[in-house]
Ligand binder design. Sequence first.
Ligand code: TYD
Ligand code: MG
Length: 461
Amino acid sequence: MKSKTVYVCQNCGASNPRWSGKCPSCGEWNTMVEEAQVKKTATEERRFAAITGTNIVGKARPVLLTEVEQESQERIFTGIQELDRVLGGGIMRGSITLVGGDPGIGKSTLMLQMCSHLQAIHPLYVTGEESLQQIKSRAGRLGLDFTNLSVLSETNADDIVLAMKNTDAGVIIADSIQTLFRPDIESAPGSVAQVRESAALLMQAAKALNKPVFLVGHVTKEGNIAGPKVLEHIVDTVLQFEGERIYSYRILRAAKNRFGSTNEIGVFEMSEDGLREVANPSEVFLSQRNAEESGTAVTAAMEGTRPILIEVQALVTPSSYNQPQRSATGLDYRRLQMIIAVLEKRLGMNLGHHDVFVNIAGGLKLDDPAIDLGVAAAIVSSFRDIAIPADMVLIGEIGLTGEVRAVVSVEQRVSEAQKLGFTSVIVPQAVMKRLPKNLAITIKPADRILKALMDVFGSER
Ligand code: TYD
Ligand code: MG
């Protein structure tokens, strides 16, 4: 086996013959690490073929398109609805899914709970992070049925593939991808080369054996699945498990999905005995709201096909600095700056000497423009120290001229508001024709932000 040294960026996976302080490909600093480059020899490829059971050695043989078998659309349901939804309707056979998230967020717990639901197809949980005893004690804590679950403490990817091949395991979880290595590769476990080659091998095996594989991966502080973005290209689906440590809610979202939409989210709550599905996220996200206070507004955001009511909190206080502070948690910072600029220019509010903090309660991250009106109202509410009516929901995008712009799925947002007992909702004028007549909830259309805020706070103010 010939090998020579290359420098591989631990962020983007690009390789270079020479070391440099800055990656020439992605521009990150101090990410180039020396790795032994492995040239696959013919024998090695044959060995790879033997392990995966594929016949990749030999001549390329084109076939007629009509002879190509259709990809099986058959899904395996995990029985965890929040997970099935994010996967695009269950697990695709022979697919490979990366489950990423910060350490301690609950990735192993989620995978173990999934195993309990997949007893019928004999799950295999491979751990390179924890001992089998630790897995057993977690399983005990969850109090679920694990009669048919096999566990394996192994980090050699080749051996894991052999275990996949030689057992009747119907789904394989490898926890975590950072601990895996291929003996043929000279670099250390956790390096880009090892992570990439191990994932590629497991991907081959998943396809060849038609057994779905889940890879657990830790996320670097930059938010990438540890180091290599290359992993995202290898796998079919990338799931991100997110949440703030201080809250017990966990959000599962698809960052990539070959078999479904990337808009859906799954909501869980971490409890004493594992992750609980949250069937009605709106209730959870509003549960700690103190409606009598100023600076809180309720808006309706779409997460995939589901409307979720959320609380926007704003705090506007006189600034002690020349340069006032702005802070956005859970929403786009530039969007917040834009909304502040519109309030200043179109409503004559002077926020130049005030700090403005805006927060989406519950640790959600939103990029739905329909929350603009809620954000604006929360800021005005805090600035004037007047509470927004407790039973009101605000929906609308704000444009630069101070207009309230139409948003999508307004019917679902309004019906969610109604379902949760809200009695009035401000919506963009332009969507009125899309809403049914005779709704039990009072609809207040607004074309301008001024009109909307007059409906919120009353015209005398
Ligand atoms: P874990 O699944 O180990 O996280 P990850 O694999 O993403 O690193 O979950 C770790 C946290 O979850 C840990 O702080 C303990 C907590 N936890 C509970 O609160 N309840 C439970 O039932 C379990 C199993 C874990
Ligand atoms: Mg873990």
